[in-house]
Design a protein around this ligand. Structure first.
Ligand code: ADP
Ligand code: MG
Ligand code: ZN
Length: 631
């Protein structure tokens, strides 16, 4: 492998260069320091005194400058160094020095430490350390690049580190089957072929069918992609190797590629098997062609993955499954035939799917009394499988907290709120004034919704603050699922969203920050109606935007000229403004009910849809409450 060879050589050359630089620095900076004892500057008279006291050992006299360096010995016999300046015309110095027996030299050797020792310290020792380090690094590189022959392979099953340090989870049997995955029937069907192939590869070979090498599980988080991959391995009764894409993201060029090699080496030993790469978008990102932003490490990892997928002997039966919620960012090379050429969509569960998932997770939980899972499922539109599993568990926890022996339907409904809206905030205390504003705001939403014919019925209104930051919310649940939204429904949804602020405005004649989320949603909806759904007269059936990522909050970006963009903005303002007017009108017509219901909500903090409808349809006690509550 000459890529590795040149990589190794480059690393070694860089290493040697660094070594030489460090060595030179050491020698120029450190050695002179070690090699010289300190020289004490003394007055001339001290030299004379020391000469008289017979303490001067050697003297070096510089004729031109008049500098004198001299040495003396302390009690322990160590040489001390001094320097001073000659007094011109002092003729007494020479005789005095002669009398004390000092020797005159032309150069005093100033050696602080043993020369040999200095040499060892500044030259040989660093070289030794460098060579040792170099040897270690070399050994490691070899191992990583897999040149050591069959190096430390991954022995037992379980979680552990491979030779490259990659966290590969290997399971002999996942113990998960398709029965553990509720709903997702289309995904399961698409995967049965892979199961069949892993189970009886000979049948495919006989006919000469090209065997699938990989499939990509695509869908939002928590929908059961990992679970499905495990189930495929479990159904086919083959080992399951899994690694997360983020494991491959490495600081050092070449390490990610080494991990890929490691993964496939292990897989080949245990084939037939499943290799599962979670979050494959982290390594499989589209390779950039724009010069500066290219990412050497990631590209190498991706290239290695492509090489491995092309390279393995398909008769052995290795199927690579990848999971991602950003399929649009993947490099096209990954999606070519023979690689991840199959796409399995794993979508958010529908009503039936949600019911099935709830029932599945409820199997391990004790219930007391009859539970209508359908009603819970109806209240959780948009929840993922993971959310639903969480809801069941929260319900069980709640039952334990309440000291009950079994979970009730109420526990489930309560935990829907916990999981979807965040835990109830225990210590958030709203002032009465704030509570009043929130109550009118929420009733505003509910009233506008109820007074329009196409809105989903209100099922719950609450002003109990949540940790998610919402001070209150109005829950609307459709009786049955629908996948199409008519223009009328969209317009009514817009009015409903405007209802909160319209009520605040009507009653308190001022605005608060509480409508921020409503405003965001309304704007998004209005913009989508114009740019994507063709629901404006001005533009008609023209797409003005594209969806960037259908799985992550479906952000759109405009694909029209600047002039059009401005018109779109104007149209959005108009659409939302009209919706606001409609909402205001409805609230004005039902002013008494608004007061009555808001007062009731303030007292109870949380009311059900049935209570709400009953009060709304009750034509009795009107008028008096408004006095009680008005400003
Ligand atoms: P993903 O990989 O798509 O993010 P996971 O497979 O990790 O989602 O799902 C997380 C958990 O959610 C699972 O362990 C399981 O408990 C639950 N779950 C998700 N989808 C389903 C489903 N269709 N049936 C049963 N349980 C599910
Ligand atoms: Mg997952
Ligand atoms: Zn609101």
């Amino acid at each position: 492998m000459d890529v590795n060879e040149s990589k190794k050589r480059r690393t070694m050359i860089a290493y040697i260069l660094i070594g030489v630089v460090v060595l030179v620095l050491l020698n120029t900076l450190l050695a002179p320091q070690l090699g010289r004892s300190p020289i004490t500057k003394v007055p001339y008279t001290q030299l004379l005194q020391m000469a008289d006291a017979n303490q001067v050992d050697q003297v070096e006299y510089n004729l031109s400058s008049g500098d004198i360096t001299f040495t003396s010995k302390d009690e322990a016999g160590n040489t001390l160094y001094y320097s001073t300046t000659y007094w011109p015309d002092d003729t007494s110095l020479l005789p005095r020095l002669e009398a004390c027996g000092a020797t005159a030299t032309t150069h005093i050797e100033n050696t602080g430490m043993n020369t040999m020792l200095i040499y060892l310290l500044t030259f040989f020792l660093p070289i030794l350390i460098f060579v040792w380090f170099g040897w270690r690094i070399n050994k490691r590189l070899k191992k990583e690049l897999g040149e050591d022959g069959p190096s430390m392979s991954f022995g037992g099953f379980g979680q552990g580190l491979g030779a490259s340090g990659a966290k590969i989870v290997a399971q002999k049997e996942t113990g998960v089957t398709f029965a553990d995955v509720a709903g997702q029937d289309e995904a399961k069907e698409a995967l049965t072929e892979i199961v069949d192939f892993l189970d009886k590869p000979e049948r495919y070979e006989e006919i000469g069918a090209k065997l699938p090498r990989g499939a990509l599980l695509v869908g939002p988080p928590g929908t059961g992609k990992t679970l499905l991959a495990k189930a495929v391995a479990g159904e086919a009764k083959v080992p399951f190797f899994s690694i997360s894409g983020s494991e491959f993201v490495e600081m050092f060029v070449g390490r990610g590629a080494a991990k890929v090699r490691d993964l496939f080496k292990q897989a080949k030993d245990k084939a037939p098997c499943i290799v599962f790469i979670d979050e494959i978008d982290t390594i499989g990102k589209r390779r950039d062609t724009a010069g500066f932003t290219s990412n050497d490490e990631r590209e190498q990892t991706l290239n290695q993955l492509l090489t491995e997928m092309d390279g393995f002997d398909n008769h052995k039966g290795i199927v690579v499954l990848g999971a991602t919620n950003r399929p649009e960012t993947l490099d096209p090379a990954l999606l070519r035939p023979g690689r991840f050429d199959r796409r399995v969509h794993v979508e958010l569960p529908d009503l039936a799917g949600r019911t099935a998932i709830l029932k599945l997770h409820a199997k391990n939980v004790k219930f007391s009394g009859a539970v209508d899972f359908g009603s819970v499922a109806r209240a959780t539109s948009g929840a993922s499988g993971a959310d639903l599993a969480n809801i069941v568990n929260e319900a069980a926890l709640r039952a334990v907290r309440m000291g009950r022996k079994g979970v009730t339907e109420e526990d489930l409904h309560e935990s829907v709120e916990v999981v979807i809206a965040g835990q109830q905030r225990k210590n958030a205390v709203l002032s009465d004034k704030e509570k009043k504003i929130v109550a009118y705001h929420e009733i505003g939403h509910a009233l506008v919704a109820a007074k329009q014919s196409h809105s989903a019925p209100v099922t719950k209104i609450t002003i109990v603050p949540r940790t998610s930051g919402a001070l209150g919310y109005t829950m609307q649940v459709d009786e049955d699922e629908h996948f199409l939204t008519s223009e009328q429904e969209a317009l009514e949804k817009l009015s409903t969203l405007c209802g909160g602020r319209a009520a605040e405005d009507l009653i308190f004649n001022s605005a608060t920050t509480g409508a921020a989320n409503d405003i965001e949603q309304a704007t998004k909806l209005a913009r989508n109606m114009i740019t994507r759904f063709g629901m404006s007269k001005q533009f008609g059936m023209v797409a003005l935007g594209t969806v960037n990522n259908p799985y992550l909050n479906s952000d759109t970006s405009l694909t029209c000229s600047e002039g059009t963009a401005q018109k779109v903005d104007e149209e959005v303002v108009k659409l939302v403004g009209e919706a606001y007017e409609r909402a205001s009108q409805i609230l004005k017509e039902n002013r008494f009910k608004l007061h009555e219901l808001a007062g009731y909500l303030m007292r109870k903090e949380s009311i059900t849809g049935d209570e709400f409808m009953a009060m709304l349809n009750d034509t009795q006690q009107q008028g008096d409450v408004s006095q009680e509550l008005s400003e």
